[in-house]
Design a protein around this ligand. Structure first.
Ligand code: NAD
Length: 345
């Protein structure tokens, strides 16, 4: 069965990735309506993908769409999710799930009260290499997990009107925008965060949101993690590294964190770490390349959400995941403000 999709905010990531790679190609989805305040983008996306260009959000919500994908700036997410839920449509909201914990709670309550499903756009969980790495971690092939690092950075200079550069519209800067993905991924591999320490700064750009964020996390298992998200280094200088370390090996990746289907990922695994080697000989060979057939993350994300709607099951990345992310991010901002370690519930 094909679920009918409407898109609110069709002109950004929706147009670049989620519609062409996801909704338009998914087995169980059909794009039927779009609405964007940018009339040109609205008309262009509708024409390109054979959907109706609605003249307003109300028109889109009054149409026969089953699912609404929200890909507008973060400050609009909460009210839009509430309105979509009130219209009786299932909703998948781009990350972040609103701007605050309170907004996340309201969105979850509204969807629960309306009996509609709520999903959140942490599509990087679906990356084939991340899933392959997760299997190795779960099989215990890395031994006891001790540390992980996730990095996502880019060059993001001041742009007039850019919502990510104003905390009132983005909820934060590089941490809120990029760090949410990184923390979500580390939690996938290492379990829930229990404490965070974070520093943020505006080191380079003349805008109100942070352009620098570094967070140190402790997970329930005791494993530690580090996340670094910068808006102030050249795109090509950041390899967007993912590093996972356990007592029996590591998985090191470059370029799997991001919007593309593939990066490079190598596992170095030992059946027995043995005793301490004084020479610290690290010539352990090339390691094992992890390169499963690529999976398009946007297609996997929308197919999984549509599947949950059709089968009436819980979406794999649900409102609770979005709310938890908001709690961890809020704890990071509190730590950055107070200079203290913050415990999570
Ligand atoms: N998961 C990912 O890969 C990924 C990547 C980029 C952005 N995002 C998320 O997607 C969301 C949008 O980010 P973006 O980079 O596409 O932003 P953007 O500013 O490039 O695009 C947002 C679009 O929403 C439209 N819009 C603004 N107000 C609107 C309204 N009231 N009603 C309808 N449309 C409206 C704008 O005209 C624009 O076309 C954010 O939450 C962001 O964090 C996710």
């Amino acid at each position: 069965m094909k679920t009918k999709w409407g898109v609110l905010g069709a002109g950004g990531i929706a147009r670049r990735r989620t519609i062409p790679e996801g909704i338009a190609r998914a087995e169980n989805c059909i794009l039927t309506a779009v609405y964007d305040v940018d009339a040109q983008a609205n008309a262009d996306v509708a024409a390109e993908f054979g959907a109706k260009a609605c003249a307003s959000e109300e028109e889109l919500l009054a149409s026969d769409v089953d699912i609404v994908y929200i890909a507008t700036p973060a400050w609009l997410h909460c009210d839009q999710v509430l309105r979509v839920a009130a219209a009786g449509k299932h909703v998948i909201c781009e990350k972040p799930l609103g701007m605050t914990v309170e907004e996340g709670v309201r969105m979850i309550e509204a969807c629960a009260n309306a009996g509609v499903k709520l999903g959140v756009g942490f599509m990087m969980r679906f990356h084939a290499q991340h899933q392959a790495a997760l299997r190795l971690v779960r099989e215990g092939r890395l031994g006891k997990m001790v540390f992980g690092r996730a990095q996502l950075s880019c060059w993001y200079p001041p742009i007039p009107g850019a919502w990510r550069q104003t905390p009132e519209q983005g909820g934060g800067g590089s941490l809120m925008d990029l760090g949410g993905h990184c923390i979500d991924l580390l939690e996938l591999f290492l379990g829930r965060a229990k404490t965070v320490q974070c520093v943020t700064d505006r080191l380079v750009h003349d805008y109100a949101s942070e352009d620098t964020a570094v967070a140190l996390l402790e997970f329930d298992s005791g494993a530690k993690g580090a996340v670094d998200c910068l808006f102030n280094v050249p795109d090509a200088s950041s390899l967007n590294r993912l590093e996972l370390y356990g007592t029996r090996g590591s998985i090191l990746a470059e370029g799997t964190i991001g919007q593309g289907e593939a990066g490079t990922m190598t596992a170095r695994l030992e059946s027995d770490p043995g005793g301490y080697v004084a020479q610290q000989n690290r010539d352990t060979g090339e390691g094992m390349t992890i390169n499963p057939p690529p999976v398009n993350m946007y297609r996997a994300e929308v197919e999984a959400f549509a599947g949950a709607v059709v089968e009436n099951t819980e979406p794999p990345v649900n409102g609770a995941a979005g709310l938890w992310s908001q709690k961890v991010l809020a704890a990071c901002y509190e730590s950055a403000k107070t200079g203290k370690k913050v415990m999570l519930d």
